[in-house]
Design a protein around this ligand. Structure first.
Ligand code: BGC
Length: 340
């Protein structure tokens, strides 16, 4: 009798344990993912929402927060770490400032996935889902190389560079990619930088902010381009290009420069359609989010992430296992491809 009773108790215990843990499987519904993105940038506002809804569709509980400053973002991460999230997804406001907050999450063994922007000088990152940033600079530059027949000795054309924010590792890589293609043409005189400003520290636009870009353009126009045409503007993002697509506002009176960008924001797509911007790059949310979600699941549920780069993204502390997605170039001829 005693034996029967203890067997019954054991069975009861097993049934309730199965019930409590979701039928023996650790389901995603029990898992909370905290996403920390920069505020005020169309790209991240949109991607944050699509990532959140895809994760929710797969049963995760999602806490999506935007921050305007590195301090605000640090506080958000530390709160989530102490509340006890199951996974942190981070696109840093400032790549170099986020390490100490991420360390607090790492101490609690919370997995950390870097999204699009890589936190620097920290070992508190498990995986990195991004687009090939150096490749983005190369793609923009190659488009210009073709369009302006540079391989066939086209030129001389005037050109200026508007690079991304110097607190973002991506900006440095885009500049590197762009210059790897265009510097030889500058050296040969086929491309003429009238301002002479080619170094990243001279062309970086704080916060990738169009207003800062507009202010720099105004300065360049008054010093170097009054009565001279500016043929090409290598802009690292659509947010920067927003401040450049109406150069008349900066006092420029020549013909419209060919302007680059990335992100395929709604405003940039309008500008491409009406000829104010030459190209943008579509960074598909479906693609990046898919890879990111696989990484989250790998970290949280012990499945396999998909990785395609184990050597490029050394962040000054560790080399972060990554998946690099490839964006699509959008010009007037393939605007329809900008849809996800
Ligand atoms: C992203 C770009 C974006 C820029 C400004 C970068 O980190 O890679 O897609 O244009 O931030 O939002």
């Amino acid at each position: 009798m005693k034996k029967i009773l203890s067997l019954l108790c054991l069975a009861l215990f097993l049934v309730s344990a199965l019930f409590l843990t979701g039928c023996g499987k650790d389901t995603a519904s029990a898992k909370r993912v905290d996403i920390f993105f920069p505020a005020g940038l169309a790209r991240f506002e949109a991607s944050g929402q699509t990532l959140k809804s895809s994760l929710e569709g797969q049963g995760f509980t999602v806490n999506l927060q935007f921050a305007a400053t590195a301090d605000e973002q640090g506080q958000q991460i530390e709160k989530a770490a102490s509340d006890g999230t199951n996974c942190v997804v981070i696109a840093a406001v400032d790549s170099k400032a986020v390490g100490s907050s991420l360390a607090k999450a790492k101490e609690k063994k919370i997995p950390i996935i870097a999204y699009d922007r890589l936190p620097l000088n920290t070992d508190a990152v498990d995986y990195y889902a991004t687009f090939d940033n150096e490749g983005i600079g190369v793609a923009m530059a190659k488009y210009v190389e073709n369009k302006f027949n540079l391989k066939q000795n086209g030129g001389p054309y005037t050109i200026e560079f508007f690079q991304g924010s110097d607190d973002d590792n991506n900006a440095v890589l885009i500049d590197k990619g762009m210059m790897s293609i265009l510097k030889p043409y500058i050296d040969k005189g086929q491309l003429v930088v009238a301002s002479g400003q080619t170094r990243f520290q001279d062309t970086t636009i704080k916060g990738w902010d169009g207003k800062n870009a507009a202010a720099r353009l105004k300065q360049l126009v008054s010093q170097y381009y009054s009565g001279r045409s500016l043929d090409i503007i290598m802009s690292a993002s659509d947010s920067i290009s927003e401040g450049l697509v109406d150069p008349a506002a900066a006092g420029y009176s020549g013909s419209q420069p060919f302007i680059t960008g990335q992100d395929a924001t709604p405003k940039a797509l309008d500008s491409v359609q009406n000829g104010k911007q030459g190209i943008t790059l579509k960074k598909s949310d479906a693609l990046l989010n898919g890879k990111c979600i696989r990484m989250i699941k790998a970290a949280v549920e012990g499945t396999q992430p998909e990785l395609n780069d184990l050597k490029t993204y050394n962040n000054g502390s560790i080399t972060v296992p990554s998946y690099l997605c490839i964006p699509t170039i959008i010009d007037k001829d393939n605007l329809a491809e900008a849809k996800d």
